[in-house]
Design a protein around this ligand. Sequence first.
Ligand SMILES: Nc1ncnc2c1ncn2[C@@H]1O[C@H](COP(=O)(O)OP(=O)(O)OP(=O)(O)O)[C@@H](O)[C@H]1O
Length: 489
Amino acid sequence: MEVFARKNMSFLDCLWDRMWPHLEQPSGMSASPDQNQNLSLKEASDPSTSTTFIALYDFRARSNEELTVRQGESLHVIRKQGDYVLAVKTCGSSEVGLVPTNYVVESSKEFFFNEPWYFDGISRTEAEKLLFSSLNQPGSYLIRPSETYTDQYSLSVRIQNRVIHFCIKKTDNGKFYIQKNRSFSSLQDLLTFYKMNWKHIKSPVLYPCVRQELLSTDAWEQPRSDFQPRRKLGEGYFGEVWEGMWKGTYPVAIKTMKQADVNKTDLQKEIQALKSLQHPNLIQLFAVCTIGEPIYIVTELMQKGNLLSYINSLEGRVLSPLHLMYITCQVAEGMAYLAEKHVVHRDLAARNILVGDNLSCKIADFGLARLLKEEFYSPSSNTKIPVKWTAPEAANYQRYSLKSDVWSYGIVLFEIFTYGEQPYSGMTNREVLEQLSHGYRLPRPRACPVDVYQIMLSCWRDEEDMRPSFQNLRDKLNSINTNLNHMQK
Ligand SMILES: Nc1ncnc2c1ncn2[C@@H]1O[C@H](COP(=O)(O)OP(=O)(O)OP(=O)(O)O)[C@@H](O)[C@H]1O
């Protein structure tokens, strides 16, 4: 009667409070165990005010207010109280008390709560962060409760550089659906269907999202036997790069290095730099094997190899200026992120950008990347310098900065719009530096829009401070790209 009256005639709350004064607890004031017991038994016996939960773990009460529960025990939860729920056991004893919220789960969720793909209590933004983190790749997915509606869920799926969120609703008879004409009795059934028939949602649903806990420092070191190199992709200064499989399931790229070839400190720095940097336009580190020889650095595999070879290939040569713009924007996005993190790349060039499906581009080769402690970083001068990509102040005086990366970005633009031509072709390094000091600059490639060439020239200003920032470059190129796209329509 009381519950019915309060629920349906809430405008008479004052009257109900007088009639049943014990039911309302002033907010923030916790009930004594005895009080808990009185009101909870009363409320718990009414199914309209309590929900059935299951204990996920054993919990031993530490005070009279708390309730000892065993894993699997069924409880009625009367209300939430901060990080606790006030609960009464559904059978056996009539004890009432508080249990930490993370020790219980609503019984309707019990069947999927422990599934690897179910992430309770994470937001849309956190889901995106997780799906973009190391160990996850395109096709990774998770299901989480909706932030807006209770009793609804969201399926978040990573597709290349984006995460798409599908709303999972429930029909009146408790079935789950994404598309109204296809409903399923469980989330498991829904997933099984969309894994097999992903074309209905245009997003491959492939791998359960790897949890953040697994990404803790220790998890980066993985057993060598988990990786099977299959095909050699290329060779660099430090070693070879192989296409391979991780645990026979995930395709990965494996960079092999002999310990003797590598300065241990440099290697650790390279690994540290890779670990802390996560962005859709940066190559993602998955794991390392530094115990034994050769060292493996395992990253995501980019199917189309490096950008220089790609744009020079049959497939690359037919790319339109619009496609080329899309590439420049992605590289600018990745570099703007590196700039935000105060990381100077020092070797930005088309050969160090990797291409995946759907023309996705990622910046690679942080072998030379270093976290900027001060405004400028001055390395030992015996490094082999790619002069034609390097800003004069860096090539002449090893004065590397985010602004010397901006210069290199201008050269990358030249490489992109010439479909992979050598910059300053026919000139020696010495001639290049000399010509630059006299004001010479590379000419505008035929496929390059005039406003993009103006951007290139701004990257090659003598005065470092006069060069644009990567944030600025990203914004300008994105707006040119948007305009070009509109003109095409
Ligand atoms: N993650 C990857 N996915 C696909 N191909 C890759 C990947 N990493 C490297 N490659 C291929 O392997 C080649 C060699 O890569 P690596 O990074 O060892 O050398 P590099 O960058 O060309 O030279 P260096 O290391 O001397 O600067 C690249 O040019 C590219 O074609």
